[in-house]
Design a protein around this ligand. Structure first.
Ligand code: AP5
Ligand code: MG
Length: 212
């Protein structure tokens, strides 16, 4: 099963992707995490994307398409994959279609902008594996330490309130149109993201016809 998780910054794409990886036994491909890793490792790609990421703007489509096209052909994607944070522009969605990447369901996690800022100020992410936590809604077992890999939890630079506002604008201007695009293809599933993490996860599983 090939899935896309769509939604505003902070809607819960990363959180839900982590749960779906366990339940569906397919990998999650998070372009945000891949780009942050490239920046942390100081690679050529990391240097190219740093300014875009720091200011909360979109990275150019061709850089994104290159890393995604390579990742989905790896052996662990044979039985399916979860795309978290990609596609994010009409051009990216059209390029995936043109490349023959088959998408079964596009789950849009719906959360009002007014709820996003609170989520972002409480977010902590693992500097090593990218896992996402929240100081109140989803705390790690040990403060400051990732449950999954023991990495240190940090605050993302682009979670500053001003940058979050810009990311929301970018979402509405460039990404939200994908709901129309996939709706017309009959693949869009809307899920209420303004409920508990577990509740949203159940609704996603139902929406894609998987066992809850
Ligand atoms: P990316 O890393 O994808 O960021 P984003 O889309 O802005 O989304 P986030 O990761 O901020 O939020 P999320 O939906 O994953 O929420 P999370 O689960 O963490 O992209 C970052 C940057 O990379 C972009 O700005 C761009 O520069 C670049 N980029 C990446 N992909 C690109 C592409 N395809 N094209 C161009 N550029 C690209 O949850 C948020 C918080 O809320 C957490 O603290 C979590 O614990 C909490 N939470 C989650 N669910 C709930 C709930 N139900 N109730 C209460 N709290 C909850
Ligand atoms: Mg994320």
């Amino acid at each position: 099963m090939n899935l896309i998780l769509l939604g505003a910054p902070g809607a819960g794409k990363g959180t839900q992707a982590e749960l779906l990886v366990e339940k569906l036994a397919i990998p999650a491909i998070s372009t945000g995490n891949m780009l942050r890793e490239a920046m942390a490792n100081g690679t050529e790609l990391g240097k190219k994307v740093k300014q875009f990421m720091d200011e909360g703007s979109l990275v150019p489509d061709e850089l994104i398409l290159g890393i995604v096209a390579e990742r989905v052909t790896q052996p662990d994607c044979q039985n399916g994959f979860i795309l978290d944070g990609v596609p994010r522009t009409l051009a990216q969605a059209q390029a995936l279609e043109a490349a023959g990447v088959k998408i079964d369901h596009v789950v849009s996690i719906e959360v009002a902008d007014s709820e996003i800022e609170g989520r972002m100020t409480g977010r902590r992410v693992c500097g090593h594996c990218g896992a996402s936590y929240h100081v109140a809604a989803n705390p790690p077992k040990t403060e400051g330490v990732c449950d999954q890999c023991g990495g240190e939890l940090i605050i993302r630079k682009d979670d500053a309130p001003e940058t979050v506002r810009h990311r929301l604008e970018v979402y509405h201007a460039s990404t939200e149109v994908l709901k129309d695009f996939y709706g017309k293809l009959g693949r869009l599933r809307l899920v209420n993201g303004s409920q508990s993490i577990e509740g949203a996860n159940e609704d996603i599983l139902k929406a894609i016809g998987a066992k809850v």
